[in-house]
Ligand binder design. Structure first.
Ligand code: ZN
Length: 318
């Protein structure tokens, strides 16, 4: 297996096996999930969100998450993440040996109730409880806890979300013990000016605890928002292979930004991701195999790589 270990400038965190698969009606067979995640690792993805510890009654697509985590942690060079909505999910994730947990409290009250069945205030308290659980574990068994504030750029139910509130909430979550706090455009409402402003404020307030960006491409702003976040100093971006994804509780929110297009843009801009474009494009075949007929998005996959395309690392060495 070839795993790139060189230096990178930007971390691309693949969320397709979680954000993507939970929003499509059909369930990808567990064996194909394993092969897909392994192919993403072979392509050089260094962080993969492999599933969600939610109630399998609520999201049957995630019923095999413990098994998927246990296989994924054996892949060399990959940081394995799973989403946990609450303390119960965190307990299950920790029991399965998940090294990194991600929690999605919503800035919007209505989305919080719809998505995780608790108020925003309760969700912030819940992050504190999960951090307390982490702190009670022996050193070496404590998972990393990242938080991504959902609906940080607007909500399909409530509309605009106060920027001041999002930043205050980020500070509360960092104080509650989260290792990092990032911002998620769950609904695809964000625009580049807003993204630059919000991440600049986030980084001013949280310093080293400021986390990454999670964008959806619902209104075609995804990659423009990435560039704006890069300008604000963000170096971690979530994306989904083939643009799978959305949010079952944010009506009209379509897929995540497309990993293939994101990696192409970053590499073309001279920013190293450690990801091999050809292998990444080839991994799409596994999504097609596991979810026959499901639409896959992506401009680079459709148009192909430009003639003479060279990744950032190759151009630096030249
Ligand atoms: Zn999302």
């Amino acid at each position: 297996m070839s795993v790139s270990t060189g230096e990178i400038d930007v971390m691309v965190s693949e969320v397709g096996p979680r954000d993507g698969l939970q929003s499509v009606a059909r369930t990808m067979p567990t064996a194909v999930k394993h092969r897909w995640i392994a192919a993403l690792a072979q392509a050089g993805l260094r962080e993969i969100e492999v599933g969600s510890f939610v109630s399998p009654k609520r999201l049957p697509q995630m019923g095999d998450v413990a098994e998927v985590v246990q296989r994924a942690v054996q892949l060399p060079g990959v940081s394995v993440l799973a989403l946990v909505p609450n303390l119960k999910g965190a307990e299950r994730a920790i029991a399965a040996g998940t090294p990194k947990l991600t929690m999605p409290p919503s800035a919007s009250h209505a989305h919080s109730l719809a998505n995780i069945g608790m108020t925003t205030e309760a969700a912030i308290t819940e992050v504190g409880r999960v951090c307390a659980l982490r702190d009670s574990l022996p050193a070496g068994r404590r998972p990393h806890i990242e938080v991504g504030i959902s609906t940080a750029f607007g909500c399909t139910i409530e509309g605009p979300v106060s920027e001041d509130w999002v930043i205050r909430m980020a500070v509360m979550l960092a104080d509650a013990g989260a290792d990092t706090v990032g911002l998620s455009d769950t609904t695809g409402y964000g625009n580049p000016a807003q993204v630059r402003r919000m991440f600049t404020r986030l980084r001013q307030e949280l310093g080293g605890k400021a986390g990454g960006a999670h964008f959806h491409n619902t209104r075609g702003q995804g990659l423009a928002n990435v560039v704006a976040a890069l300008e604000a100093g963000v170096t971690t971006f979530d994306s989904s292979q083939g643009g799978l994804g959305g949010c079952p509780y944010a009506p009209g929110a379509t897929g995540n930004i497309v990993t293939e297009d994101l990696v192409f843009m970053l590499e073309a801009m001279g920013l190293r991701t450690g990801i091999d474009m050809a292998r990444l494009l080839a991994a799409r075949a596994l999504v097609a195999e596991g979810l026959p007929g499901e639409p896959l998005y992506g401009h680079v996959a459709e148009a192909g790589l430009p003639r003479g395309f060279a990744p950032a690392a190759a151009r630096m060495a030249a």
